[in-house]
Design a protein around this ligand. Structure first.
Ligand SMILES: [Fe+2]
Length: 241
């Protein structure tokens, strides 16, 4: 097994779709999803260091990329969406509030796209970023940084908002079925996925009693524990063009 293969989690589900998770060392997670019959595929959150491994899988599995989905304007890494769009001719999909000029299809809450018989649904989940969409697949939700295992993404970056994040956790994810698998946009401990039931029960960010307490916690946590916003500005600028 090569280094790259060790960082890929692959499943071909009983529902008949191909699903792969890609990881780079600092914990960014990206996904490749495809309809097993038509081979139409979506590349989701391609970080630039994982793009080559993703394309290797596209060729190895004889897939036909139709969409490149960036769940939000990433602040901590550079998206490979622009590069992969040139290589594959797939259409770039983001939320309607995303500023990037490369976007071909702008989606809002509840929009759906199809890969053959596989339906992809988008849920608007702002807070970490105002243009964040979670991606719903049969039995799974790709929550990006709106919900990571045991926590949620920071809300102090450009376009972040702790109040919106509170409602995303409670009203968007909090009302979805417990058995839905959670596949996040980052993980720093080598975990691949969780379930919404586990997150509702064990994730402290989903268990605040009130909006005020959550917002106060996020405001205190960010400057004390997280890296300076200025360090992230270069990625943000590159992904907004
Ligand atoms: Fe993010």
């Amino acid at each position: 097994m090569t280094d790259t293969e060790e960082r890929i989690v692959s499943t071909e589900t009983p529902g008949g779709y191909i699903f792969e998770q890609f990881r780079v060392e600092r914990g960014c997670l990206g996904y490749l999803v495809a309809d097993a019959e038509t081979r139409f595929a979506a590349i989701i959150d391609p970080e630039e260091e994982m793009a080559e491994a993703m394309m290797d899988e596209v060729f190895r599995r004889n897939l036909r990329p139709k969409y490149i989905i960036d769940t939000h304007t990433h602040a901590d890494h550079i998206s490979a969406a622009r590069d992969l769009k040139l290589k594959t001719c797939a259409k770039v999909v983001m939320h309607e509030k995303a500023p990037a000029s490369i976007v071909d299809i702008k989606v809002v809450d509840g929009d759906r796209l199809r890969l053959g018989s596989l339906e992809i649904k988008f849920r608007y989940a702002p807070g970490h970023a105002k243009d964040l969409v979670a991606v719903v697949l049969p039995g799974k939700i790709l929550t990006a940084d709106a919900l990571i295992i045991g926590s949620c993404g920071r809300t102090d970056l450009l376009n972040g908002n702790a109040t919106q994040q509170y409602f995303t956790l409670g009203c968007v994810f909090g009302t979805m079925p417990d058995d839905l698998e959670v596949w996040p946009g980052h993980d720093y401990k080598g975990r691949t996925h969780s379930t919404l039931g586990d997150e509702k029960k064990n994730n402290p960010k989903m268990r605040f009693a009130s909006e005020d307490e959550f917002v106060e916690y996020m405001d205190l946590e960010n400057p004390k524990k997280l890296s300076d916003v200025c360090q992230l500005a270069e990625s943000l600028k590159a992904n907004m063009v």
